[in-house]
Design a protein around this ligand. Structure first.
Ligand SMILES: [Zn+2]
Length: 436
């Protein structure tokens, strides 16, 4: 049953057959505990998973033999024989990620636990279309691979985030409003063919949510809404300890909730009155530009004269200098986002709302006005222990989250069952196999 493999692990496979189904569940449970840092010893595993001491010992032994877990120094003793520390072998391979925003590209190389080994970001326009954007991603990836020292092992998987709705099963954007030319584009196949590794694609808000949940402010929370306010507005949902993508992958697309029936508010999606058309970064930039042209804000006027255009960042900067008009624009946008979030909070009852994205780097008034509106408009029980916080990872949340998406998929029960026998995950197609 042992398949041929070109990597160094094949030597260790002698005597290892396929993992039986019933053992796979325990194997994945034990591995998740170790790689997510929740258990660091066999006794902790027994305590936390409810598995028997014998089963834990067997599964840990298998994970060590298969090179996924290492047994380190003796840990602190709590009386009796001191436990050996179990560690996930995060340098068993590396992950490539690209987080494409409306106006930026981030690429990174990470270890299997999301530690960033190399990172590069630069301005880019997603509307340039898939060929130009992804050619640029390839060039940046090649340069990263050249300059990153001591790449661990080989490529295990690729994670891509894009600023539009993605059918997660297919790895393709579907009618993305701000991504002309990308509708149905086979992003997964393109990267899989080029790099020979499994690929997962999701929208930029879901990867942001995964990043904040795995390594940022949302760590330890089981029910979280992560709102991204960049050029557009969207939300990622962590529900009962899982990223909730919904039936097709479009869950959390709150930017296109209708918040006004004013026919003058036309959204890029083609509908009237969407939140995004009033409170997204593009809307803020538009309102700032109008104010600059009318001479209502000297500071925005100066930005317009300098660069010929006003951006959402200009509005945020003007507000941080106390420009009353810019502050008013941000407060209005904050109230609109807060009002939408109050409905979401009543509906979903999260313990934490995270505000991220470019506009979230605004002065405190923006977050304050979101927070005030959420608390005022939501039910008392829903807000009793509710936290509303700013994203803690800044610009790195997307790449950290895209890396977590890849590793969670690779180590999901169905996927690991398909590759653990050979120790070579490159044969996994990237077809999503389980929720993360
Ligand atoms: Zn819309």
């Amino acid at each position: 049953m042992v398949q041929s493999s070109t990597n160094g692990r094949s030597a260790r496979q002698d005597g290892h057959g396929p993992v039986p189904d019933e053992a796979l569940d325990a194997l994945v449970t034990v591995l998740d505990e170790i790689r997510l840092g929740q258990s660091t010893s066999r006794s902790e595993l027994v305590e936390r998973t409810g598995l028997s001491r014998a089963i834990v010992a067997q599964r840990v032994g298998e994970l060590i033999e298969r090179g996924l877990v290492t047994e380190g120094d003796v840990g602190p003793s709590t009386g009796g024989r001191p436990p050996r520390q179990l560690t996930f072998r995060a340098d068993g391979g590396y992950v490539l990620v690209a987080d494409l925003g409306a106006t930026s590209i981030d690429v990174a190389v990470t270890t299997l636990d999301g530690r960033i080994l190399g990172h590069h970001d630069e301005p880019a326009r997603i509307e340039a279309g898939p060929d130009r954007c992804l050619d640029r991603v390839d060039a940046l990836v090649e340069s990263l691979l050249r300059t990153t020292e001591a790449l661990p092992g080989r490529l295990w998987g690729i994670g891509i985030g894009v600023p539009g709705p993605v059918e997660f099963e297919a790895g393709r954007p579907i009618s993305p409003p701000i991504m002309p030319g990308w509708d149905g584009y086979p992003i997964r196949e393109r990267f899989a063919d080029r790099y020979g590794a499994p690929v997962w694609v999701d929208n930029d808000v879901n990867v942001l949510a995964l990043g904040e949940w795995r390594s940022g402010v949302a760590a330890g929370h089981d029910n979280v809404v992560v709102v991204k306010i960049g050029t557009g507005v969207g939300a990622g949902i962590i529900s009962d300890g899982h990223l909730h993508r919904g039936a097709q992958g479009s869950a959390g697309d709150v930017g296109h909730i209708q918040v006004t029936d004013d026919p003058a508010v036309v959204c890029r999606c083609g509908n009237i009155g969407c939140l995004e058309a009033l409170a997204g970064g593009a809307a803020l930039a538009r309102a700032g530009q109008a104010a600059a042209e009318d001479g209502r804000s000297p500071r925005l006027r100066a930005a317009l004269d300098q660069r010929g255009t006003v951006t959402a960042e200009d509005v945020a900067r003007a507000a941080s200098f106390g420009d009353p008009l810019a502050m008013g624009l941000l407060q209005d946008a904050g109230r609109r986002v807060g009002s939408m979030l109050a409905s979401v909070v009543n509906f979903f009852n999260p313990s934490l709302v995270v505000i991220g994205g470019g506009v979230a780097n605004s002065p405190d008034q923006f977050l304050a006005s979101i927070r005030e509106t959420v608390y005022r408009r939501s039910l008392p029980l829903a807000t009793r222990d509710l936290l509303v916080q700013r994203s803690s990872l800044g610009g790195l949340a997307g790449v950290i989250g895209a890396s977590a998406m890849v590793v969670d998929q690779l180590f999901s029960r169905d996927a690991i069952g398909r590759w653990i026998e050979t120790g070579d995950p490159s044969g996994v197609t990237g077809r999503p196999v389980a929720r993360t």
